[in-house]
Design a protein around this ligand. Structure first.
Ligand code: SAM
Ligand code: SF4
Length: 337
């Protein structure tokens, strides 16, 4: 079946000849945390429940994407683990011909309880967000407590083979940048893969972002003081991180600079919002409604056609520079892949 798909259908390639093989699927816009760089304390104007794609609708879109070359799916949010019975969706996607990798980005709070069922359903690996190793700071950054649960979630992910476990840490000056060395040192003892993400501007955090931004170059320089870092391949996955390791270390460290334009050069991804819109770039307002055609009887063929047409409008790169505000869009869920 997979061979048939690979030989018959023309793969999805954008106007800049980048093959699109990776689809990020947001399964909810809601979250059980309120990270300061991501959403306001009061939450967001949430998508109405009937507008959220069902598991069947998500699987139909994944099926269409897989038929033209998409191979990797990442489930994200909001917080994906608050969507009930997520393991059912994982199993449905795992059964789609052509999909050979299913990953999850989570804040980890609910991971300990769900890791066994998710792994059994076909989830391969997880990225867990963790910005601090101190409980009080965790509560300040996430505006809710939970460090212990996140650490237990990471252990459960390792125990159930959801590996390599990547830990995403958004670096903020004055909030957690003094923990760069402690996070990096962990990779010398444990097979964890820490990726430091530059904080990006979204509508909710513009002032904070400007003051708190720490460049990846600074992060790398500080980690190099602990010992020489050598470049290594990205542990499983084709994400945008530049990855390094200390001599003999079981883990790796990486940096992600979403504002750097080389981030865009190898872009192989599109994303699907929880309400069924195809988003073509991390920063940008262009999105295409897939939910309406799906709900008005358009089948897989209609979705394939729209996916192909969308390749003409996927931009070559984002046009955001440091200190600018993303034009009223949310960079939700694209990062950390
Ligand atoms: N709730 C899940 C989580 O926190 O991992 C998945 C969704 S979250 C939006 C995906 C990733 O985006 C997380 O690693 C989070 O830290 C990161 N993120 C969110 N807002 C960001 C921002 N303004 N700048 C940089 N990274 C951000
Ligand atoms: Fe929730 Fe993830 Fe955003 Fe934090 S980064 S508020 S955990 S969606």
């Amino acid at each position: 079946m997979i061979d048939l798909i690979e030989t018959v259908a023309e793969p999805l390639v954008d106007a800049f000849r980048r093959p699109i093989t990776y689809l990020r699927v947001s399964v909810t816009d809601r979250c059980n945390l309120r990270c300061v760089y991501c959403m306001p304390e009061a939450g967001l104007p949430w998508i109405a429940k009937p507008d959220i794609l069902t598991f069947e609708e998500i699987t139909a879109i994944v099926g269409a994407a897989a038929s033209i070359g998409v191979r990797s799916i990442r489930l994200t949010g909001g917080e994906p683990l608050i969507r009930r019975d997520l393991e059912r969706l994982v199993a449905m996607i795992a059964a789609v011909p052509g999909i050979d990798d299913i990953a999850l980005s989570t804040n980890g709070l609910l991971l300990e309880a769900q890791a066994p069922a998710l792994a059994a359903a076909g989830l391969r690996r997880v990225n867990v967000s963790l910005d601090t190793l101190h409980a009080d700071r965790f509560t300040a950054i996430a505006r809710r407590p939970g460090l212990d649960r996140v650490l237990a979630g990471i252990d459960a992910a390792v125990a159930h083979g959801l590996t390599p476990v990547k830990i995403n840490c958004v670096v903020m000056r004055g909030a957690n940048d003094d923990e760069i060395e402690a996070f990096a040192a962990l990779t010398r003892e444990r097979a964890v893969h820490i990726r430091f993400i530059e904080v990006m501007p979204v509508v909710e955090n513009v002032e904070m972002q400007r003051d708190a931004w720490v460049s990846s170059d600074e992060v790398l320089a500080r980690m190099n003081v602990l010992g020489e870092l050598r470049p290594v391949p990205n542990p499983h996955g084709n994400g945008p991180a530049r990855t390094f390791a200390y001599d003999g270390a079981p883990g790796t460290v990486g940096v992600i600079s979403p504002l750097a334009h080389d981030y865009c050069e190898t872009c192989n991804r599109v994303r699907l919002s929880a309400d069924g819109h195809l988003k073509l770039c991390l920063f940008g307002d262009n999105h295409i409604d897939l939910r309406t055609p799906l709900r008005t009887g358009g089948g897989e063929e209609a979705i394939v056609e729209i996916l192909r047409a969308s390749m003409h409008v996927k931009p070559e790169r984002h046009f955001l520079d440091l200190g600018q505000t993303a034009s009223a869009m949310r960079a939700f869920s694209e990062i950390g892949g």
